[in-house]
Design a protein around this ligand. Structure first.
Ligand SMILES: Nc1ncnc2c1ncn2[C@@H]1O[C@H](COP(=O)(O)OP(=O)(O)OP(=O)(O)O)[C@@H](O)[C@H]1O
Length: 265
C-alpha cells in the first residue's frame, strides 16, 4: 500500500512536470449562465495546443481565464507548478505566461522596430526607461532587429505599423509578444480575418516561434489546427467534449455532431 501510493505520487509529479499549464475545475458563471463549466485542461510543455469548438462553446472565456484576463468563479490554474489562480495578467506575464496582443501590440504611428523596442523596454522594466539616452537603448535595437528577422519583417523595420499589411501587423504582434520572452505563448485566433495568402506564413511563423516554448491557441480554422497542433481540446457548451490529436478529435462522432451545421469557415 505504501509502495503503491509512493508510485502514484511519483507518477503525479512526473505528469505535473510534463504539463506547464494545468486548469482544474475551471468555471465561469456570467449572471447565472455558466460559459465555462468544470473544465480540466493540461497543456504539455513544448506542445502546440489548440482550443476549438463551435460558436459560443466557451473558447474565448476559457482563454481569458487562462490568461488571467477574467477571474474564474471557481477552479484552479497552475503554471509551472505554481498556483496562479489569484494572480493578475501582468504578474503571470512576468513569470512567462504571455498573451499575444496584451500590450495592445501595435502603436500605429511607431515603426515596426520601435514597436518591438517598446515591448522590450516593458520586458526589461526599469533598466530601459523611455527617458534614457539613445545610447542606452541602442542594445535594444539589435534585439528588436533579431525579432523582426525571426517573424519575417526585417524589410519592414522602418515602416510605421499602420502601413503594414494585415498579415504583417499580426506578425509584428507576435514579435512584440516574443520580446516578452514567453515560456508559454497564448494566441487568440491568430489567423482571424486573414486572407488565404497570409494564413500559411503566419502558421509557419507560429511553428517557428513555438520552438523551445509552449503555445496555446484558440483557432477557428481547422486546417490550421490540423497542420500546427499536437493536441486539441474541443469545447462545447462550456465543457470539454473531446481531447486528442487532430485525427482523434476529427474522427470522434461527438465532435462531428457538434460541428455539424458548418461552423468552421
Ligand atoms: N461577459 C459575458 N456576459 C455574459 N455572457 C457571456 C459573456 N462572455 C461570454 N458569454 C457567453 O458565454 C458563452 C461562451 O462564449 P465565448 O465567447 O467564450 O464562446 P466562444 O467559443 O469563444 O465563441 P465564438 O467562437 O463565437 O467566439 C456564449 O453563450 C456567450 O454569449
Amino acid at each position: 500500500m505504501a509502495n503503491s501510493s509512493a508510485v502514484l505520487s511519483r507518477t503525479e509529479t512526473a505528469q505535473d512536470a510534463d504539463n506547464v499549464l494545468v486548469a482544474e475545475g475551471l468555471t465561469k458563471v456570467f449572471a447565472g449562465f455558466a460559459a465555462v463549466k468544470d473544465v480540466n485542461l493540461a497543456v504539455r510543455r513544448g506542445s502546440i495546443h489548440a482550443l476549438i469548438g463551435p460558436n459560443g462553446a466557451g473558447k474565448t472565456t476559457c482563454f481569458n481565464l487562462l490568461t488571467k484576463t477574467l477571474a474564474p468563479t471557481s477552479g484552479k490554474i497552475v503554471f509551472d507548478g505554481e498556483d496562479i489562480s489569484s494572480l493578475r495578467t501582468s504578474q503571470v506575464a512576468r513569470r512567462g505566461l504571455v498573451r499575444s496582443f496584451q500590450i495592445s501590440a501595435t502603436f500605429p504611428n511607431l515603426t515596426a522596430r520601435e514597436n518591438v523596442r517598446v515591448a522590450l523596454q516593458s520586458s526589461y522594466g526599469t533598466a530601459y526607461q523611455f527617458w534614457r539616452s539613445l545610447r542606452a537603448v541602442a542594445p535594444l535595437n539589435s534585439r528588436a532587429d533579431e525579432l523582426l528577422e525571426q517573424v519575417g519583417l526585417a524589410n519592414s523595420r522602418d515602416t510605421p505599423a499602420a502601413e503594414l499589411s494585415y498579415g504583417k501587423k499580426r506578425a509584428l504582434e507576435i514579435a512584440t509578444t516574443l520580446a516578452l520572452e514567453p515560456r508559454v505563448m497564448l494566441l487568440d485566433e491568430p489567423t482571424a480575418g486573414m486572407g488565404h495568402e497570409d494564413i500559411e506564413p503566419i502558421t509557419d511563423l507560429i511553428r517557428r516561434a513555438a520552438v523551445g516554448r509552449t503555445v496555446l491557441l484558440v483557432e477557428h480554422n481547422l486546417s490550421v489546427v490540423s497542420t500546427l497542433c499536437d493536441k486539441i481540446t474541443v469545447l462545447q457548451h462550456g465543457q470539454v467534449l473531446a481531447e486528442g490529436n487532430y485525427a482523434e478529435v476529427s474522427n470522434n462522432p461527438a465532435v462531428v455532431t457538434a460541428y455539424m451545421g458548418g461552423v468552421d469557415e
